[in-house]
Design a protein around this ligand. Structure first.
Ligand SMILES: *Cc1c(COP(=O)(O)O)cnc(C)c1O
Length: 475
């Protein structure tokens, strides 16, 4: 264990966030058998991993690693991870995880309070937003089918009228809404996306038009998904208005707060989540803005009884007799069976730092994103694409007025690839209005504006290399 810790410390102290290596070069290092007849011994195997894996990993703790929602994990989370792995508790039955079972329930209660959900709320830890969104939409579908078609989907499967079922979300919602629709047997086409406004929030007029059109066509929208923190822009849908629409229609209101849920930690920003307390379900990820190691997420339900729609009893895990005796039973709330004690990570972080200090970490990254915006706006070779709502900043490298959108797309796509090979900074790309753009997701509370400036300089340096190559090709 000490050798492994040393290896991690060695690998993360580098000047650059990435070695810049290629998939082929990495593959070349692994030409020895993965399963040798005789092992090399743990010490040697760890050294090999240090040399080949850790040295060629991206370092999300590096201040110039700012691409995705991949956070620098905080030490309390790492300490918790060591304890929960070493003791290997499994949350699928009380006898495999006595204290862990009770503690997960306590953490879920605390999260219910954090989001102002009622006392009857409940929840379960998940692998992340994908699983939380899936499970929320599963329960939404099954409740609707129960009420509308008098159908118990758990036992009888989808009703004959299922082709009319629809999920409504904004065009900026996470792709996992569509993925869930597929997995739920509804198909991706069951997801109807609503246009967003200039700030990438769901447009309410467009929502009302969409709902009327669905009514006219005899469709059954059974869930509206609001996003609190879209992946590219951090934008937050108008949650109170979505809560009213879903209440009027008596359909499920799911809030995907995988990214933005952490605002609840901050006194300054928590009110931006107003309306979330009216959700039927909330997805929140701790492996993003709560700084916990992957994987760590939760699904919260406003009415814990809804979990009954997926409950089942297995004689070897949660026999009915146990349930009657009040033995806690988490397996019935999860889509997993064997399940990690991930709740220990936010628990240790909450206890160690308190809401105040955790909230301050989140606030500092939002401030940095604002400062980064000013820096970009003041540079004539960069074009700012969004005013950040959270800490994601989308922009384009655009040297010179004369470049059309197509050239800008090519240039920015090439800059991102060159930058990854260079290793000095790790940034993301995305398309906005059909034009390839760059994105900084500034999750790291230790990063400074100087680090952002260095990242922009690295982009400029790669940009001029790329522009030179493009000139050579065209002349
Ligand atoms: C990250 C993210 C997801 C997917 O969550 P995973 O934890 O990657 O499974 C879903 N929705 C939003 C808004 C996200 O940011």
């Amino acid at each position: 264990m000490e050798r492994a810790i040393e290896a991690v410390l060695d690998a993360t102290g580098d000047d650059d966030p990435f070695s810049g290596t290629t998939p082929d070069a990495i593959a070349d290092q692994f030409d020895e058998p993965v399963v040798p007849e005789e092992g090399v011994g743990l010490g040697v195997a760890i050294d090999e991993v240090a040399e080949r894996v850790l040295a060629n990993s991206v370092d999300p703790s590096h201040p110039r690693c700012a691409a995705h929602l991949q956070c620098p994990p905080m030490v309390p989370g790492l300490a918790a991870e060591a304890m929960l792995s070493a003791t290997n508790q499994s949350l699928d039955s009380f006898d495999q995880a006595p204290a862990a079972t009770v503690l997960e329930e306590r953490v879920i209660d605390a999260l219910g309070h954090l989001f102002d959900l009622p006392a009857v709320a409940d929840g379960v830890f998940t692998s992340g937003g994908t699983q939380s969104n899936f499970q929320a939409l599963l329960l939404a579908r099954d409740r609707y089918c129960d009420q509308r078609f008098d159908r118990n989907v758990q036992r009888a499967g989808l009703p004959p009228g299922a082709a009319s079922l629809r999920i409504v979300c904004s065009e900026a919602a996470h792709f996992t809404a569509k993925q869930a629709a597929h997995h739920l047997g509804l198909g991706e086409n069951a997801v109807v996306t609503v246009e967003t406004d200039d700030d990438h929030r769901m447009d309410l007029d467009a929502l009302d038009e969409t709902l009327s059109a669905l009514d006219r066509r005899g469709c059954d929208p059974f869930a509206i998904v609001g996003t609190a923190g879209t992946t590219d822009f951090g934008s937050i849908d108008p949650l109170p208005e979505l809560a009213s629409r879903t209440a009027e229609r008596d359909v499920w209101f799911h809030v995907d707060a995988a990214y933005g849920g952490a605002l609840a930690l901050s006194d300054e920003h928590a009110d931006r989540l107003a309306g979330i307390e009216r959700a039927d379900s909330v997805a929140v990820d701790f492996h993003k803005l709560f700084y916990q190691p992957i994987s760590c997420g939760a699904l919260l339900l406003r009415d814990g009884d809804e979990f009954g729609r997926m409950a089942r009893n297995a004689a070897y895990l949660n026999p009915e007799a146990h349930e009657e005796a009040g033995v806690p039973n988490l397996v019935a709330k999860s889509v997993q069976t064997t399940r990690r004690f991930d709740a220990l990570k936010p628990y240790l972080a909450f206890r160690a730092l308190g809401r105040d200090r955790l909230g301050a970490l989140v606030e500092s990254t939002l401030d940095l994103a604002d400062d980064a915006t000013s820096l970009l706006a003041a540079s004539d070779d960069f074009q700012l694409v969004n005013e950040p709502v959270l800490n994601a900043v989308v922009f384009r490298y655009r040297p010179g007025e004369g470049l059309d959108d197509e050239s800008v797309s090519e240039l920015n796509a090439a800059v991102r690839e060159t930058l990854l090979r260079d290793g000095r900074a790790v940034v993301a790309r995305t398309d906005v209005d059909g034009v390839t753009s760059l994105k900084l997701t500034l999750l790291n509370p230790t990063a400074t504006l100087d680090d952002v400036a260095e990242t922009l300089d690295a982009i400029r340096a790669c940009g001029s290399t790329v522009a030179e190559v493009q000139r050579e090709v065209t002349t």
